[in-house]
Design a binder for this molecule. Structure first.
Ligand code: 13P
Length: 256
């Protein structure tokens, strides 16, 4: 059975005070290791929220939105895996489309970060997705194949086997636009992704790897998306900033 995950990517939102208020309103408990809920707040909130979640014995996990591939050095404004691990953070997003487009992270940089994070025993949530123009052109399946190529062909199989790699398909045209991929479009792409994994890494890895969908997931569409056979949950932006919406999305995952 594949692990189902709902992760809230808060992006550059919420002060520590605001984020504690939000966490106090989140509702998630599960006895199943196959259902997970994560929050991914800005750096300044990581330590405080980790302590809060630990104090509450919460089942909610916490991850970072980014890391630098090196451990230390003259990289003003950056943060390393070592620093994250020191405050108990072992999950990190890599390759989010906002990092790729607004902060010029090319495939090579995304690969460097992924590889460094995995070597340091992080679990990575590897984000990728096509632009609207690429979908209109009909090259979206190839674009996704290219974005996954390094990960599938160059990363040691052991990291796939240990389930340290979670995939998050986020079509860029659906992020923050309110224009969600239909459940058919999401399923079609997730099936394609699983097939690519199967071709290179085998059926077992393909079947055990969680593939999340991201892009305008809301309480109104979460259930239908999560019901698709190859959609193993969601990476949620805007709707994860509101307790009622995020709780409702969590519920959609648990009850589907
Ligand atoms: P929205 O849910 O706001 O579209 O953001 C999706 C996203 O980018 C999550 O990483």
């Amino acid at each position: 059975m594949r692990t189902k995950i709902v992760a809230g990517n808060w992006k550059m939102n919420l002060t520590l005070t605001e984020s504690k208020q939000l966490v106090n309103k989140l509702k998630f408990s599960s006895n199943s290791e196959n259902i997970r809920v994560l929050i991914i707040p800005p750096y300044t909130n990581l330590d405080g929220l980790k302590r809060l979640l630990d104090a509450q014995n919460s089942n909610i996990e916490i991850g970072s939105q980014n890391l630098h591939h090196l451990n230390s050095g003259a990289y003003t404004g950056e943060i390393s895996g070592q620093m994250l691990k020191d405050i108990g953070i072992h999950i990190v997003l890599v390759g989010h489309s906002e990092r790729r487009t607004l902060f010029n992270e090319c495939q090579e940089v995304v690969f460097q970060k992924s590889s460094s994070a995995l070597n340091q025993n992080f679990e990575i949530i590897y984000c990728f997705g096509e632009q609207l123009s690429e979908r209109i052109e009909g090259i979206h399946f190839n674009v996704i194949k290219n974005q996954l190529e390094h990960l599938i062909n160059k990363i040691d199989l052991k990291y796939w086997e240990s389930k340290q790699i979670v995939l998050a398909y986020e079509p860029v045209w659906a992020i923050g636009t309110g224009q969600t991929a239909t459940s058919e479009q999401a399923q079609e792409m997730h099936h394609h992704i699983r097939h690519l994994i199967q071709q290179s890494l085998g059926v077992q890895i393909a079947n055990q790897t969680s593939i999340l969908y991201g892009g305008s997931v809301k309480p109104s569409n979460a259930k239908e998306l999560f019901q698709q056979p190859d959609v193993d949950g969601g990476l949620i932006g805007g709707a994860s900033l509101d307790a009622t919406s995020f709780n409702s999305i969590i519920k959609s995952l648990i009850t589907q």
